[in-house]
Design a protein around this ligand. Structure first.
Ligand SMILES: [Cu+2]
Length: 250
């Protein structure tokens, strides 16, 4: 799936991703789809040069090393397709937790190619993935939005961004999430006390978003706008694959 090479963020990728973001935010209707996918294609081209593996270097240990020694625990899960959302992809996720410091590894395959996939550790819900009966009508189509799944998996506790903030505020920071149908993500960062507690009690759920509901090979407006940000299509934020983190022998 990957060749294991680390790909560092280059200015060219950043500029390209900013164009994607601008396209997303800037227009509406059919033109929007065209502009978004055109901009996304540019991003993909840049990323493709370096392969699909996205590996982000751990943050420096400079921040907050005052915590008492804490036993390292490992949590993992298999990521399975969210029902009703027309997803065939899958993946795995692993969280190594020491105090509030988490090393998160996510491997996915079979997702929609060429687009960013928002991914989070959700917390404080019912500690499960959504089921088909929780789907609603989105622009006339039965599917699960992120909000439809919130009762099951809760709110965003951490955003699995490639750089910068990794907290709940980066929930829809589309320019800072991994892109592509298959990738390996690895990053070490500090999670909130709430998120760490949720992970430890088996309540945390890893969700990767972004679906190809109508099999068009791109994000479209088939499900209408996202409830999280009306400038994004619903297909960009709807949950794709999901799994509940469980304690695992390390
Ligand atoms: Cu999420």
């Amino acid at each position: 799936m990957t060749d294991g090479r680390a790909v560092s963020a280059r200015p060219s990728v950043t500029r390209s991703q900013e164009r994607v973001f601008a396209a997303w935010r800037g227009c509406a209707g059919p033109d929007k789809e065209q502009a978004v996918n055109k901009a996304l294609a540019g991003t993909l081209a840049v990323i493709a040069v370096s392969g699909v593996a996205l590996t982000t270097a751990p943050t420096t240990a400079a921040e907050g090393s005052n915590s008492q020694p804490t036993k390292t625990q490992v949590f993992s899960t298999v990521l399975s397709p969210v029902p009703t959302n027309h997803v065939t992809g899958s993946g795995t996720a692993r969280v190594q937790l020491t105090g509030n410091q988490a090393t998160v590894t996510v491997m996915v395959s079979g997702l929609l190619a060429g687009v960013p996939h928002a991914a989070h550790i959700h917390i404080d819900g019912q500690g499960r993935c959504p089921i088909a009966s929780e789907a609603t009508l989105l622009n006339g189509h039965r599917a699960l939005s992120t909000t439809d799944g919130a009762k099951a998996y809760g709110k965003v506790g951490a955003s699995l961004t490639t750089r910068g903030d990794a907290g709940p505020n980066s929930e829809v920071a589309v320019t800072r999430f991994p892109t592509g149908s298959a990738y390996t993500y690895k990053r070490t960062f500090k999670v909130t006390a709430d998120a760490a507690a949720s992970i430890r009690r088996g309540n945390a759920v890893v969700v990767v978003h972004g679906i190809d509901y109508n099999g068009s090979g791109k994000f479209t407006n088939v499900l209408g706008p996202s409830e999280l940000d009306p400038k994004l299509p619903q297909t960009a934020t709807a949950p794709a694959i999901c799994g509940v983190l469980r304690a695992t022998p390390s």
